[in-house]
Design a binder for this molecule. Structure first.
Ligand code: PRP
Length: 176
């Protein structure tokens, strides 16, 4: 595509494909939680904010939204430690918690978050991720998944490269 940013190799998932899949996920979540008083949605910053905004506006069940900010010292390395940069505002004991992530790559962020939140005694704990890398061997189940993608660096729709390209409306593959 001629007007694609020079950092980008190709559009991997179009605006229309994202919209359609997000609608399907919202339908499925609304159905699964139909008897529940409310869902306590936790968006993982920064990456999840656009996906979360689109997803939650299509939910047909009561829900509240909170955020956590985690940092994994960069997706470019296999290094390791995840840390909490910003925690939730309220306890989640007895709540039906749904984690909303933009991408599960190595799986270490989700695994860390799952452990922390499980320890806070929610009534239930599920995960919704827009993307999962095919190489991912996460031990944490992804209950609602948008797309499985190859092991390449992607940006847009919340995902960044050094904080660039995060607000592109589509998901694009970076040049190597
Ligand atoms: C990204 C993404 C996930 C995590 C996934 O966050 O938003 O939270 O990496 O990687 P993993 O499965 O290998 O742990 P990042 O640390 O880049 O922060 P950001 O969302 O603020 O950009």
């Amino acid at each position: 595509m001629s007007n694609l940013h020079p950092d980008l190799a190709r559009i991997m998932i179009t605006v229309e494909e994202i919209q359609e899949r997000v609608g399907e996920l919202a339908d499925q979540i609304s159905e699964d939680y139909s008897g529940v008083e409310r869902i306590y949605i936790i968006g993982v910053l920064k990456g999840a904010f656009i996906f979360l905004a689109d997803l939650t506006r299509q939910l047909r069940v009561p829900h509240v939204v909170d955020f956590m900010a985690l940092s994994s010292y960069g997706r470019t390395t296999v290094s390791g430690a995840v840390r909490i940069v910003m925690d939730l505002r309220e306890p989640i004991e007895g709540q039906h918690v749904l984690i909303v992530e933009d991408i599960v790559d190595s799986g270490q962020t989700l695994s860390y978050l799952h452990n922390i939140l499980r320890g806070r005694s929610p009534a239930s704990l599920k995960t919704c991720a827009l993307l999962q890398k095919e190489r991912n061997k996460s031990d944490v189940p992804i209950d609602y998944l948008g797309f499985r993608i190859p092991d390449v660096w992607v940006v847009g729709y919340g995902l960044d490269f050094a904080d660039k390209h995060r607000t592109l409306p589509y998901i694009a593959e970076m040049k190597k």
